[in-house]
Every structure is written in C-alpha cells, then in structure tokens.
Design a protein around this ligand. Structure first.
Ligand SMILES: [Zn+2]
Length: 365
C-alpha cells in the first residue's frame, strides 16, 4: 500500500492524549482486525472485524469507546487504537533503528488481551515467552521476539469536559513505554535473554530497564509527566505517578525482591530527564542524551562472555553500569561532564552498584 494518511494522537503542546492528527504511515497491509507496517503488526484480538479496507484508517477516537458509549463510538475507538498504536510504536522504533542503522526483530502488539467476558483490563505489558507467568497467564504462545499486550480500558478519565475511557491503545506514553521494552530486550538485553532457551525467557524486569522505558516514553511525548493523563488523581510527589520531573535520588532507592522496579526506576528516569532538559547548558540538544542512552544500551548488548560471571550479570542491574557505558560512548567532553554531574547530584556514579550508591546517598558510605 505504501505511505498512507492515518489518524493518531500527536504529542507536543496539546494536553494529553495529544493533538488528534492525520499522519503518514508506511502501511503494508490492512486486514479486518489488524494493520501491518514494517516489522510491526497491530491486532485487535476481540474477534469481530474492526477495519474494512482503508475506510477506517482515519477514525475518530470516539472518546475511547467502551461499554457506556454508542456502538459507533466503540467501533471508531477500536479502529483509532489500531492506527494510533502502529504510528506511535513505529515512531520510537524508527528513532532507534535509524540511529543504530539496524532493524529490530518484528514486534506484535495485541489489543484486547487478558479479558474474560465482561472483565476488562486497563493495563499494558511486554511479554516474552516464558515457562510460567507471575500474573495474567497467556492463553496462546507468545512470539519469541516479544509481544506488547494492551487491554481495552477499564477506567474513565476527564478529557475536554467529558468522560473518556482510558483505552491503553489511545495513550501514546503507555504504548511507547511498552515498545521501549522491546528496544531494551533486543538492543541492551539487560536480562541476557539471548542466552536462555527461546521459550524460557524471563519477564522479570529490573529497575534500570523500567526507568529506561519511562525515559524513552517521556522523550517520545516531550514531557516528563508521562502518566499525567490517567493518573491525574495521584499527586505528582507520589512515586506511583512516575513523573520524571520529581526530585528522587539514590537515597530513595529500595531494591530487593519486594521493591517495585517502576518506583526505583524513576530515580534513573528522573536523572536522565534532568540531563536531557539541561543539555543546552553543555551546548547540546536534549536528544543527544537519548542517543547516549541508546549507545549505552547497544554497548551492553554487545558484551560477550558475561554468562559465566555472576557479578557481571548482576552489574547489568546497576544504574552505574549503564551510566559508564553512556559515558564511554560519549565523544564530547562537555556533554560527558554534564551527564556525570547531573547523575552525581542524584547519587548515581559510574560503575557503582545500586546498593553502594544508596548507602552513600543515605550517609552510610
Ligand atoms: Zn515496564
């Protein structure tokens, strides 16, 4: 089909979810319930057809659709989710692939998963095939390169003075976060899944990965309050809001099996965001920090011979390890100094373990 105008929310100056726009998308094929673009397929798995030829590619978001909306609004909301998800996923993948001059393995994104009967799901996650899943079991085999799963949406938010169903496929930041896990898996491979049997990979993610995904989501929407749209009721000072303009330092780091990697990861994400926001002080645009992060991940992904050393495997969890790789990839002294200074103010130092950084930040070092 080639480049086709489709409907999507474009982030920027508009309030979340973004400005409703018509954007160009390289479409390979339109199926009744799916859209195929290069190395990405987005499927609505709820059974009935959503698209008919190219007719529905510029659908209205229908205020998210949902059980309280009209049938027409529900249909257009589902069609809109397909094009919106395809566009914002491709946007992040394009940044990474263009910069690294590589292509990532194909990604499948399923919308309407993990729902039984009337029970709806309002979340999203990235899944790799595993021997078991800690929650939400998989009814059918997961693609070996990885899949993003999105629910239909459960909660309503206020938008433009009226009710709007928070459909995960309408939320650019949420979709970008999940697609960023695909980038982490195949560029940085932080959990060394490439060394595991393809159907026995791990879905346990570390804080450094969650923070990296939050940062890439913020870079994609150009704003630190990535979840402000659907977590408006959570105060900005609450770690669950995951706002990247928060002041978290390594003194707030918890670590361990009981800690939420998303909350701990916010420290890393906030430090990166501050480096990006103030990159002008070092004479660079904010995007140069995105590039250093991608370079740092790629450097970790190329690391050989780590399988036999428990310590070097553990070190892949440390913010200090990824920071070292970013600094190693940096060819500009002013930018490296800027990054190191911003990170140090949060207690993150090159090469340090998270526990050491936390202890020093709390004054026990
Ligand atoms: Zn995540």
């Amino acid at each position: 089909m080639g480049v086709t105008p489709v409907a999507a929310y474009v982030p920027g100056h508009a309030r979340p979810p973004g400005a409703l726009s018509v954007v160009p998308l390289d479409v390979l094929e339109v199926l009744p319930s799916a859209i195929r673009v290069p190395r990405l397929t987005v499927v609505d798995v709820r059974g009935d057809p959503v698209l008919s030829g190219t007719d529905r590619l510029r659908s209205d978001p229908g205020r998210g659709g949902g059980p309280l909306s009209t049938r027409t609004m529900e249909e257009t909301a589902r069609a809109f989710a397909l094009t919106n998800v395809a566009w914002c996923a491709r946007r992040l993948l394009d940044v990474v692939e263009t910069y690294l001059k590589t292509v990532l393995p194909s990604l499948r994104i399923l919308i309407g998963t993990h729902e039984k009967g009337a029970r709806r799901w309002g979340g999203g996650h990235y899944r790799l095939p595993a021997s078991s899943y800690s929650e939400l079991p998989e009814p059918s085999p997961v693609d070996v390169p990885g899949e993003v799963h999105l629910g239909s949406g459960r909660a309503y938010v206020h938008h433009d003075g009226a009710r709007y169903l928070h459909a995960p496929g309408h939320n650019v930041a949420l979709v970008s976060h999940e697609v960023a896990h695909h980038v982490c898996r195949h560029i940085g491979d932080l959990r060394l899944n490439r060394l595991r049997p393809p159907r026995q990979q791990t879905n346990h993610r570390t804080a450094v990965e969650e923070g990296t995904c939050d940062y890439l989501a913020a870079a994609m929407i150009g704003h630190p309050d990535i979840y402000g749209w659907h977590r408006e009721h959570v105060p900005i000072s609450d770690p669950r809001r995951r706002c990247l303009s928060a002041p978290w330092t390594m003194a707030d780091f918890r670590g361990g099996h009981d800690a939420d990697p998303h909350a701990d990861g916010s420290i890393w994400a906030c430090a990166l965001w501050e480096a990006r926001s103030r990159a002008g002080e070092a004479g660079h645009p904010g995007e140069s920090v995105d590039r250093l992060l991608i370079d740092g991940l790629a450097d970790l992904g190329r690391e050989q011979g780590v399988a036999r050393s428990p310590e070097s495997r553990r070190a892949r969890r440390y913010y200090g390890t990824l920071l070292s790789r970013m600094l190693g990839a940096c060819t500009d002294a002013a930018l490296a100094e800027h990054l190191e200074r911003v990170m140090a103010a949060r207690g993150i130092r090159p090469g340090w373990s998270n526990a050491r950084a936390r202890d020093v930040a709390r004054g026990f070092g």
